[in-house]
Design a protein around this ligand. Structure first.
Ligand code: PEP
Ligand code: MG
Length: 538
């Protein structure tokens, strides 16, 4: 039995088999093949497997997000029947080269060909060639798509997980996460929380592939990961896990009840999402709406910008699922820990203080306008609000409003119906909190991002695991900025919510109510817990 201690990001217990996640970076060497027929057969088999995967992905996407979104998998499947592409690969294999290398060569040749075309549609196909080639290469190398090779759900162990890796994972295949690195406010931790999975970060351990398949336990209440627990401990953990599940079930009786204190004060409890399907958990948790849709997750884990059409489909799907409940869509907050290759961002000394979020959007308005068009078009299908991240000045907000007006006018001329959309900002920099009196006159609401507000106020990098134990999450400076923001918002007659992780800290629920906070937006898994905390106040 081995015990490792980490920092818990979700209080829960998981028992199951362990799997050590391997990064999917690979390097392909050219090899000389003697059995050419065998290699050709291996390639053909990989293509068939790729087509089966794409059929499954098509069906899954069709059920979840509709035909427009699913179509891409159908196109990929057809591309795998393209004679020119297949012949190019087979020809290289016939010359005695390994299939992986042959696919990579064809990938390079065809992506270059498409990328050099004038037609925008054909140019964009370069990405698809890369996507299908990478899929075939992964199959040839035996690397599972999401890194998890079994259908039995596992306790996933990793050195670190990026948001792009986490977002691609299938929740049904994971019981818990345990990582060597990471901090509890990192986006990977936030994703684990949104999946309602026990998770530990900053865990002192040296994972080894020899752990694969062994039984493990994650105790999120005490921050322990135990490998091969003794029978007595295993029994105790199973008992605790059952207790955790029973406690969650007990919260179910709060569904349909109001978020009201014993002395009659009310507050909205909304939920945060990153993906379209997360809205199901929001409805399941009986949240009043979505207080933060981290739209940048639509940009992660892919090779090219999501088009206006793709984004429109996603926003529309969420708005329709939420059936008239408010959905606050945050415009993209790329940069810092959320890296996307196709943005071609240069490496920076201090990425959290760098070129990110609204700064990118104002500097590259074509990206921003595509997103705004998609949101406004979707606004006809539900109750959409838009908010802008990382604001530091009144001028930024005015510039944003000009762009928004331009987008709305264009859409009207093009004949698109659009809904009434509230515009708000995230208050997540000390500058925004300090300027909240002026900013409140410019917008319809404030949503306080305590993750970044804490990082920038206390000069504590939210990604730095070493600082976590010394960082006071209830620091009076942060609480003072929150209170000031609420007061200035109310003075201008606008509502003020909190959408950072602190919103779910039930030790502060009473403090937030006393300050007059109007809305708390938390992970779906915390909605009922916070409702209980509100109702327990007398
Ligand atoms: C925040 O900073 O509190 C916030 C909600 O945004 P994110 O965590 O995505 O940076
Ligand atoms: Mg933030």
């Amino acid at each position: 039995m081995e015990r490792y201690t980490g920092k818990s990001v979700l209080k829960g217990v998981a028992v199951g088999r362990v799997f050590c996640y391997q990064k999917q970076d690979y390097h392909i060497e050219k090899e000389q093949i003697a059995d050419i027929d065998g290699e050709l057969a291996r390639f053909k088999e990989a293509v068939e497997t790729a087509k089966e995967q794409l059929t499954a992905l098509y069906d899954q996407a069709l059920a979840n997000v509709g035909e427009d979104h699913a179509m891409i998998f159908d196109i990929h499947r057809m591309m795998l029947d393209d004679d020119d592409y297949l012949e190019a690969i087979e020809q290289t294999v016939k010359e005695g080269t390994n299939a992986e290398y042959a696919v990579e060569m064809a990938q390079n040749q065809f992506t270059q060909l498409f990328a050099s075309m004038d037609d925008e549609y054909m140019k964009a196909r370069a990405v698809d060639i890369k996507d299908i080639s990478q899929r075939v290469i992964r199959i040839l190398l035996g690397i599972p798509e999401d890194g998890v090779p079994t259908d039995e759900p596992v306790i996933l162990i990793a050195d670190d997980l990026t948001p792009s890796e986490t977002v691609k994972m299938d929740k049904n295949k994971i019981l818990a996460f345990v990582t060597v690195r990471g901090s509890s406010n990192s986006h990977t931790a936030i994703l684990a929380r949104s999946m309602n999975l026990p998770a530990l970060v900053n865990t002192e351990m040296e994972p080894s592939e020899e752990w694969n398949g062994k039984v493990g336990v994650v105790d999120g209440f005490h921050g322990d990961f135990i490998l091969e627990p003794e029978q007595e401990i295993l029994d105790e953990m199973i008992r605790r896990k059952n207790q955790w599940v029973a406690d969650l079930e007990a919260l179910e009786e709060l569904k349909g009840k109001e978020n009201v204190t014993g002395d009659g004060r009310r507050i909205d409890i909304f939920a945060n999402i990153g993906k379209v399907n997360d809205a199901d958990a929001v409805l399941e948790a009986d949240a009043g709406g979505i207080g933060l849709f981290r739209s940048e997750f639509l940009y992660l884990g892919r090779d090219s910008f999501p088009t206006e059409e793709e984004q429109f489909t996603s926003y529309k799907a969420v708005l329709e699922k939420m059936g008239g409940r408010k959905v606050v869509i945050r415009t993209l907050d790329i940069g810092a820990d959320k890296k996307v290759d196709y943005f071609h961002l240069e490496p920076e000394e201090n990425p959290a203080l760098g070129y990110r979020a609204i700064r990118i959007c104002l500097d590259r308005p074509e990206i921003f306008i595509t997103q705004l068009r998609a949101i406004y078009r979707a606004s006809a299908f539900g109750k959409a609000s838009i908010m802008f991240p990382m604001i530091v000045s009144v001028e930024e907000v005015r510039r944003i409003k000009e762009i928004v007006e331009q987008v709305k006018n264009e859409l009207k001329v093009e004949g698109y119906p659009i809904g009434e959309v509230e515009l708000g900002i995230m208050v997540e920099t000390p500058a925004a909190a300090l300027l909240s009196e002026q900013l409140a006159k410019e917008v319809d609401f404030f949503s306080i991002g305590t993750n970044d507000l804490t990082q920038y106020t206390l000069a504590v990098d939210r990604q730095n695991q070493k600082l976590e134990s010394t960082c006071n999450t209830h620091h009076p400076a942060v609480l003072k900025l929150i209170e000031m923001t609420v007061q200035n918002g109310h003075k201008a007659g606008i509502w003020v919510g909190i959408c950072g992780e602190l919103a779910a800290d039930t030790d502060l629920t009473k403090t937030f109510l006393d300050m007059g906070v109007d809305e708390l937006s938390v992970s779906a898994s915390s909605v009922l817990k916070v409702r209980k905390a509100v109702r327990d106040i007398i």
